[in-house]
Design a protein around this ligand. Structure first.
Ligand code: FUB
Ligand code: ZN
Length: 627
């Protein structure tokens, strides 16, 4: 992904960039993201091209590189990263301000239209990238650029007289500032993050007031007229009880809130996070871990409103939910957080990328009919195949940074405890309070039903190791040699203690039953329907395996499901086969008639949802009629 995305950001990939929906105002001629920096740095002539947040594509790419170099050094990629850092430094204004849009189009308008300008959003992404790069490569220069940025923001925003009493239209700077605080321990950054978080919603007219005086370049002008909920600006955070508005914004807000709660051990803030978490998970999340029920404002709508074919389920929103879960795990070791992380990771987020790593979905539907996507204007955002790149390219580099940092989601490390949240074949060295713990996971999970784990505790104290008992698992058993361990499960984690200077080898075994999932009947679309899953994977039907008109398919209640692994299909996937039925749906019959349609036998083949749309354009469906 990383070399490919580098070529795209430099406009040398030779690809066609698609608009994410039918809207001719979406810039899709080129990325121009690196070129914008060159222009802002005064190295070439030209003007800004792309969204106000085009810079963030580069920052997310740089962050992905930082994690990737930590895993495996690659001098060629490192060289590119160093060049980018140099370029960013040159594009930074002497006072620390960093935003190519205003550097090129008029610095006098900086911070004057925050509803759509994304200045703090972009700097937040830069700060995240800088902290990651510093962590991996000990590069002081990149951290200094980030500190200069944060200092500029600190000089301009805050409760003090003369500063701007407001916040960015898109949360993200809060995450960046908290990460900067973690690495520098500079209290000002923590204070500023808290200010932005707790101030939100206290100035309902802030965006509109700014817009009335603004005469600068078009920074998504008009976005300030979106409902206050779009920006989570409808009420102070402590009064927000439901997940409202733009889904990515909301989960970025929650990620920062949960980080703040964990960092400052603030229980009140944790309660706010829990309320929003519960609302999302229990009433507003798709079975794939996708969130955002409508394209209008890329937003949440209301409880139990989860349409399958018009939804948004943006890849970035699933990624943001994973970020949120990660922070919640720092506060309380509860498996429900890791379970949602897993659901979003293996389904909605992974579906955001083709098997080749070079094509991406922005929107992840649970039901697609390609003809409707082409001809129904309300479904133009529901793409039947992944484009090479998108006019709004927030998702592809977000996926790159998520996948490159997967290790951070596998474990949650605290002073005397390590949680294994995800079973992913890996070798890790984890730093605890008193030293290091080496963990290796040997497994073919998510296909196989066994994991061998070796833990070598070289730290000076005993470690509590919590292994997640997945909610979908049957017969979960942990053994040492041929001795099964007694169950010691708290909040969904099976604990064993590993004394200092000890190495233990554990064998985990479980079954992955083929599960029929049902939806709360308040979700009208899914009444009478069933979705199939195995282990972390939600399954779907595709036209290529099951014929046309998937809506006509019925999975009888009594039909058995069989699992088999096909190593030649879709790079190797487990498929599920069932004896189904279908309603005879020949298109030349009358539109309405008094004749009951015939029901015929129909062999069904389900594939994991993440792998759909890798064999050309066809129908797809997750929720199937159950007969
Ligand atoms: O506004 C920046 C990003 O672009 C958002 O996070 C995405 O939803 C897309 O609108
Ligand atoms: Zn996105």
């Amino acid at each position: 992904m990383i070399p490919y995305q580098w070529n795209v950001l430099n406009d040398i990939a030779g690809i066609k960039i698609e608009r994410e929906r039918n809207d001719i105002s979406i810039p899709n001629e080129k990325s121009h993201a690196i070129e914008n920096f060159k222009i802002a740095a005064g190295k070439v002539n030209g003007t800004h091209y792309g969204w106000t947040f085009q810079d963030s594509d580069v920052y997310k790419w740089l962050e992905a590189v930082a994690y990737s170099l930590r895993e495996k050094m690659d001098p060629g990629i490192e060289q590119k990263a160093l060049e980018v850092i140099e370029l960013i430094e040159e594009a930074q204004e002497p006072d620390g301000y960093l935003d190519t849009f205003y550097s090129i189009l008029g610095l006098e308008w900086q911070y004057k239209r925050l509803a759509g300008s994304h200045e703090l959003y972009c700097m937040g992404h830069f700060i995240e990238a800088a902290v990651a790069y510093y962590d991996s490569m000990e590069n002081e220069k990149v951290l200094n650029i980030a500190k200069k940025c944060a200092d500029n923001i600190d000089a301009n925003f805050g409760p003090e007289e003369g500063k701007i009493h407001g916040y960015d239209g898109h949360e993200e700077i809060e995450i960046g500032l908290l990460r900067l605080y973690h690495v520098t321990k500079e209290e000002r950054y923590l204070r500023l993050a808290k200010y932005f978080l707790m101030e939100r919603g206290k100035h309902p007219n802030f965006f509109k007031d700014q817009a009335t005086c603004y005469k600068g370049p078009n920074a998504l002008n008009g976005i300030e007229n979106m409902p206050d909920t779009y920006f989570q600006n409808h009420a102070p955070i402590s009064e927000q009880k439901t997940a409202e508005g733009h889904a990515v914004r909301l989960v970025y807000l929650c990620t920062a809130l949960a980080d703040l709660a964990a960092t400052t051990q603030d229980n009140e803030i944790y309660e706010i996070c829990k309320t929003l978490w519960k609302n999302i998970i229990n009433k507003r999340m798709y079975i794939t871990g996708g969130i955002g029920s409508t394209v209008l404002g890329e937003s949440f709508t209301l409880d139990y409103d989860l349409p399958n074919d018009t939804m948004y389920c943006e890849t970035c929103a699933a990624i943001g939910l994973i970020f949120f879960a990660k922070q919640m795990l720092r506060i309380e070791p509860k498996a429900e957080y890791a379970q949602v992380m897993e659901r979003a990771l293996y389904n909605c987020a992974l579906a955001g990328m083709a098997l080749d790593g070079k094509h991406f979905f922005y929107v992840n539907p649970l039901e697609v009919n390609p003809e409707k996507s082409k001809k129904d204007p309300t479904k133009s955002h529901v793409k039947p195949v992944r484009p090479s790149w998108l006019g709004c390219a927030c998702c592809p580099p977000n996926l790159a940074r998520l996948i490159a940092s997967l290790d951070e989601y596998v474990y949650t490390v605290s002073d005397d405890r390590i949680l294994i949240n995800q079973y992913i074949g890996s070798e890790s060295v984890l730093k605890t309070k008193d030293g290091e713990v080496h963990i290796s996971q040997n497994t073919e999970f998510p296909w196989d039903e066994a994991i061998d784990i070796t833990i070598k505790n070289t730290s000076k104290s005993t470690i509590k190791l919590g292994m997640r008992v997945p909610d979908w698992a049957g017969n979960f058993n942990i053994s040492i040699g041929d001795r099964s361990l007694n169950e010691n499960i708290t909040y969904g984690y099976f604990y064993v203690e590993v004394a200092c200077d000890t190495t233990i080898s554990l064998h985990i075994s479980f079954t992955m039953p083929l599960i029929r999932n049902y939806c709360n009947t308040n979700v009208s679309e899914n009444i009478g329907k069933v979705a199939i899953s195995r282990g972390p994977f939600v399954y779907c039907l595709e036209g290529i395996d099951n014929g046309k008109n998937l809506a006509s398919i019925i999975l009888p209640e009594e039909s058995g499901l069989t699992y088999e692994f096909e190593d030649k299909l879709l790079n190797g996937v487990g498929v599920i086969i069932a004896d189904g039925k279908s309603v005879d749906s020949s298109s030349d019959s009358e539109l309405y008639s008094r004749k009951r349609p015939l029901i015929k036998e129909h062999k069904l083949k389900f594939i994991p949802y993440y792998a759909w749309a890798n064999r050309g354009e066809n129908e797809m469906r997750v929720w199937i009629n159950e007969g």
